[in-house]
Design a protein around this ligand. Structure first.
Ligand SMILES: NC(=O)c1ccc[n+]([C@@H]2O[C@H](COP(=O)([O-])OP(=O)(O)OC[C@H]3O[C@@H](n4cnc5c(N)ncnc54)[C@H](OP(=O)(O)O)[C@@H]3O)[C@@H](O)[C@H]2O)c1
Length: 382
């Protein structure tokens, strides 16, 4: 069984039952997930609630805090944010809570029908919410360029970019740009999008005199699910080396390295824009649609896991905290988890690896410059 799979999910990504059955990586992932869901220790949070996961030493919030709690009292009026993958899960909740705080949110989505449902629910709850949706397929560089061009032509400012969309553990597939699909969607699409929107963020920061924030949603999976060396630069598209969960870890490591190198460059340039990455927690969302990790397990184990996994309101908290909270002002090039600064693994802190990935990604984009570009009217131009 696949968790909460939407009926209108594109057929081309559906994983067959036979592929699923034959994959022994599932077992490895289960072992990983128990580590992923951090160790137990009981504590009482700021609401007097017992919570089996840990509190944050010195931070205002605990791992059980929700996105609403971490943004309580923050006025985001006048800010504009893009949230990618806002049609479900963490992205949808992030959109709702940012909109609740007065932020104008542009949802970057490939599933426009699902996005409309999310928007309608938000507007029903928050009638004065400013929420729009624009089509964006991060696995396609042409789609990313089209989205960026449309956004830039709209003349809207951009204070916050939340690179949230993601896929997890997909069978091997190349994107339309001939890049392995998880790397293409989770990293390359966001890398290109960020580059294309950076001038807009810089201009907004300059004109509004408000800090710009770029937030990459990574995963603690970068620590447990990785290829030797972290990124298979020489074999990024090699099907015979492909392991679906390692490829996810690789793309999530890339999210961290991207934020780190971007932060370094922004600091060097002296602009008032931060770039950070984060692990949102383990949350039962649509992302597990290809794998049975949270569904095909015995009831007793599932009940134990339920004690440590977060709900989506808690899952969106670290994103909203890093995107909006004044405590995070001026902090850049950090990795967050549970609403506080955490430590990525040694690969995630490797400065040379981050530079290498930057050059590698730039190169892939440059190759793509040869592909015709779509303008804001959807017209292909050389
Ligand atoms: N849930 C967890 O346990 C967990 C743990 C660690 C990290 N994360 C990270 O959290 C982020 C959000 O995941 P989630 O748990 O909220 O999963 P989700 O509910 O599946 O949301 C992922 C979103 O990304 C979108 N997306 C996928 N491929 C896309 C593409 N090519 N172009 C544009 N959008 C695309 C999906 O759109 P569709 O609806 O069209 O598929 C969906 O809106 C991901 O980056 C994930 O790696 C999640």
């Amino acid at each position: 069984m696949i968790i909460s799979m939407t009926n209108d999910y594109p057929q081309r990504y559906i994983y067959t039952e036979r592929e699923r059955e034959s994959n022994s990586e599932e077992k490895r992932l289960f072992a990983f997930s128990t580590l992923f869901c951090r160790r137990f220790h009981s504590e009482t949070d700021q609401n007097g609630m017992w919570w089996p996961c840990g509190r944050n030493g010195g931070s205002s919030f605990s791992s059980s805090s929700t996105a609403e709690q971490v943004t309580e009292g923050i006025d985001g009026t006048g800010l504009t944010a893009i949230v990618t993958g806002a049609s479900s899960g963490i992205g949808a909740e992030t959109t709702r809570v940012l909109a609740m705080r007065g932020v104008h949110v542009i949802m970057g989505v490939r599933n426009v029908v699902a996005a409309k449902v999310v928007m309608e629910a938000i507007l029903k709850e928050i009638p004065n919410a400013k929420v729009d949706a624009m089509e964006l397929d991060l696995s396609s560089m042409i789609s990313v360029r089209k989205f960026a061009l449309e956004f830039i032509s709209s003349g809207l400012p951009l204070n916050i970019l939340i690179n949230n969309a993601g896929i997890f553990g997909t069978p091997f597939k190349l994107s339309e740009d001939n890049i392995e699909l998880q790397f293409a969607t989770n990293h390359m699409g966001h890398f290109l999008l960020t580059n294309l929107l950076l001038d807009t963020i810089k201009r907004t920061t300059h004109e509004s005199k408000k800090e710009g924030r770029i937030v990459n949603i990574s995963s603690s999976g970068h620590q447990w699910l990785n290829y030797r060396g972290g990124i298979l630069f020489d074999k990024i598209n090699d099907e015979s080396s492909y392991q679906k969960f390692c490829a996810y870890g690789q793309s999530k490591l890339a999210n961290i390295l991207h934020a780190n190198e971007l932060a370094r460059r922004l600091k060097e340039e002296g602009v008032n824009i931060t770039a950070n990455s984060l692990h949102p927690g383990a949350i039962a969302t649509n992302i597990h649609r290809y794998n049975r990790i949270l569904t095909g397990i015995p009831g007793v184990v599932k009940r134990l896991l339920n004690l440590v996994i977060k709900n989506v309101q808690q899952g969106a908290a670290t994103t909203c905290y890093v995107a909006l909270h004044p405590e995070v002002r001026g902090i850049s090039g950090e990795y967050f988890a549970d609403n506080k600064i955490a430590k990525a693994n040694s690969l995630g802190r490797d400065i040379d690896l981050a530079k290498k990935l930057w050059d590698f990604s730039m190169n892939l984009i440059k190759v793509e410059y040869l592909v015709p570009i779509v303008d804001a009217d959807g017209i292909l131009r050389e």
